[in-house]
Design a binder for this molecule. Structure first.
Ligand code: GLU
Length: 365
């Protein structure tokens, strides 16, 4: 049997309500009018959650094949949670996520909130760069209405696809008034994670999105509903403006390793990087030749941010590297890919002085 569509679920509700009224012998209290359902705007971008597998292939699938409307219609019971409106922003695997789609998403969300078209937004997204989109939006969307980003690890046509339950839970969170003021959240596999901390930690497992330093901010499941365990209000979020031209400045990530030389840094500079994020070893460190090359880059006015390739932990100023002398910034808790996004937004908003940038990177108030 096909899962009930949004429309058929509504029809069934109307029928059940009519039967309920006919059977009801007590007086009807017309004053107790049910509250209007929350209005949730679903913005689809593609990804595995919208992926279809060829039944003849083993494990292979194409992401971004199913539209947002089809996704919404395929989740049983979704129409009882909220009044849904789905729009397609893009149909791409998130490995192809780009500034143009980010800007389109940001503008549509802000418009929906400013014009009071929606009480919350759910974005369907591939999992590969989901954390970067979440963090980007967290830094540019104004207001306290909830924005929830959701993906899945298995395509929609897989046995035990995780997309429908993840979408259901994402709408549960977006529709809940207690979700206001918590910034952008990622909802997958029964957990609610904050945009700043969340990261993909496993290539294939359903249990892949984690917040290694802080843990999830809450949990959600169909029976128990939404349970928030932590606030995100102590964490910094910027209200940065989108630059004109639909493009963020070029910032390169350079990955550190044993036997590191200066070539990847010189390469980034020669390709016009305005900033370099070091995915350093340990506390955001690298070889002497790499650090010397970064110091030379900083002297030329290129923003240098030290992050770490280690999955968890802070990068701290002036431990083994003299950040004050070199003019470097440290990423604190932000992983290299998120440090890159913040560096781009700061440069785009005219901030390049290391002292000011360091204040913007500092994790807590
Ligand atoms: N590369 C795809 C994407 O990020 C597959 C990963 C996924 O969505 O789970 O869209």
């Amino acid at each position: 049997m096909n899962p009930p569509t949004f429309r058929s679920a509504r029809l069934r509700n109307v029928t059940l309500a009519a039967i309920g009224l006919a059977l009801c012998s007590s007086p009807i209290n017309f004053a107790a009018k049910a509250a209007d359902p929350p209005r949730i705007l679903v913005l689809a971008t593609g990804g595995t959650i919208a992926g279809q597998a060829d039944p003849r292939a083993t494990g292979a699938y194409k992401s971004g094949q199913i539209t947002g409307e089809q996704l919404v219609a395929s989740v049983p019971g979704l129409g009882q949670l909220a009044k849904l409106n789905a729009e397609q922003i893009s149909s791409i695997g998130s490995q192809d996520m780009n500034d143009k789609v980010w800007f389109a998403l940001a503008r549509r969300i802000q418009q929906a909130f400013d014009k009071d078209e929606a009480d919350g937004v759910v974005i369907t997204h591939g999992t590969d760069t989901l954390e970067e989109t979440a963090f980007f939006l967290d830094n540019v969307i104004k207001g306290d209405k909830p924005v929830v980003i959701v993906g899945s690890m298995r395509p929609a046509t897989a046995v035990s696809a995780d997309g429908p339950s993840n979408i259901y839970e994402a709408v549960q969170v977006a529709a809940d008034p207690r979700s206001r003021g918590r910034g952008v959240m990622a909802v997958l596999n029964d957990k609610i994670e904050g945009a700043r901390a969340v990261t993909k930690t496993n290539t294939t497992s359903l249990e892949t999105f984690n917040s290694p330093i802080s843990g999830p901010i809450g949990y959600v499941d169909t029976a128990g509903g939404v349970r928030f365990m932590a606030q995100t209000t102590g964490l910094k979020r910027g209200n940065y403006a989108l630059p004109s031209g639909d493009q963020l400045p070029r910032v390169a990530i350079v990955y550190s390793h044993a036997n590191m030389d200066a070539i990847p840094i010189e390469d980034a500079i020669s390709h016009g990087a305005k900033g370099i994020v070091l995915a350093g070893v340990g506390d955001g460190n690298s070889s002497k030749s790499a650090i010397d090359a970064l110091e030379a880059a900083a002297k030329k006015g290129i923003v240098v941010v030290r992050a770490t390739r280690v999955r968890s932990g802070f990068v701290t100023r002036n431990v083994e590297v003299d950040d004050d002398k070199n003019g470097f910034v440290v990423s604190e808790d932000l992983n290299p890919q998120k440090a890159r996004v913040l560096t781009q937004l700061l440069i785009a908003n005219g901030m390049t002085a290391p002292g000011d940038m360091q204040k913007a990177f500092t994790a807590t108030w």
